[in-house]
Design a protein around this ligand. Structure first.
Ligand SMILES: [Cu+2]
Length: 304
């Protein structure tokens, strides 16, 4: 277990949430810097056979623009495999082609990233259960990709063409685009989270702040009904697969030390359910994943 796949080109990607997002140690060559993968402005695009396409045209990778300002991104997976929407804002002057070429070549991406936004997941034939709320920067270009692989030896979906970008215009988005929601903040330190242990049911936006020196993430998933936090802790201690204990992967927010992503994870918190937060990053290939150092926790939703 070492470098998070989302940030590592040589990594073996995610098939499903938390744990499986991370690389198999033997496959990791050199821990490359950062990079959050792909994301797409949702609601305006869908993924079809591994390509992100605007639903209105059915075309492939058609240039798209969005107005600036507060926006919530979601996506629908029209394919037969799990996909993600992994989005970052590119630095001015960095093109999508440069970014994707660098990613496919396993080169560091952080020099091309102005700011990471976050990652959403969707199962085949479904919409992402959560959203990414972001204040789109006028004039900004956002790159989106999917780094999932269909098997450990298969190419990343990005290498199959599953990437795109959109440009943000100077027009302002309607302020009604984003419904009201409670905002909760999760702070990461080396190596613990500070966060609300319980929240009320309903729509919440989670802000992630990395106050530590290392890179951290919150990888959020909902536990299956009846599964307890203790079962997760025991599975983690034994390095067992926790995926059978989860019913939905909800997304990832990640940031380098001292930074915070541009995106907020927007979740519909269901009464009585328990949500898992974990950081799967490791400081080196040989060091333990952060969730084993204390960066694992749960949020329980009040009510029934
Ligand atoms: Cu961490």
């Amino acid at each position: 277990m070492s470098v998070p796949c989302g940030l590592e080109h040589s990594a073996v990607p995610p098939h499903s949430p938390p744990r499986s997002r991370y690389c198999e140690p033997s496959k990791v060559k050199s821990p490359a810097p950062l990079l959050p993968p792909s994301v797409v402005p949702l609601d305006q695009r869908t993924s079809l056979n591994g390509r992100l396409v605007p639903p209105a045209t059915g075309g492939l990778e058609v240039p798209t623009t969005l107005p600036s300002g507060p926006t919530t991104l979601r996506f629908r997976n029209d394919g037969k495999h799990p996909h993600e929407l992994n989005i970052v804002q590119l630095k001015s002057g960095a093109s999508l082609k440069q970014f994707i070429d660098a990613a496919n070549a396993g080169k560091p991406l952080s020099p091309m990233i102005e700011r990471v936004v976050g990652v959403l997941f969707a199962k085949p034939g479904e919409r992402s259960p959560s959203g990414l709320s972001v204040d789109l920067a006028a004039g900004g270009v956002y790159a989106i990709q999917c780094i999932f692989k269909d098997s450990s030896t298969a190419p990343a979906h990005r290498a199959l063409g599953m990437f795109t970008s959109f440009a943000v215009t100077n027009a302002r988005a309607s302020s009604n685009d984003r419904p009201a929601a409670t905002v909760d903040t999760i702070v990461a330190n080396d190596y613990a989270f500070t966060y609300p242990r319980t929240v009320a049911p309903g729509r919440h936006r989670f802000v992630f702040v990395n106050a530590g020196k290392q890179r951290h993430e919150i990888n959020v998933a909902r536990l299956k009904a009846g599964v307890t936090p203790r079962q997760i802790a025991e599975a983690d201690q034994k390095d067992a697969d926790i995926n059978p204990l989860l019913d939905q992967a909800l997304g990832v927010l990640h940031a380098l030390g001292g930074q915070s992503p541009a995106g907020m994870l927007e979740l519909e918190m269901v009464a009585g359910r328990v949500y898992l937060l974990e950081c799967g990053f490791s400081d080196t290939e040989k060091s333990p994943p952060h969730y084993k150092l204390g960066m694992s926790g749960t949020i329980t939703v009040t009510g029934r």
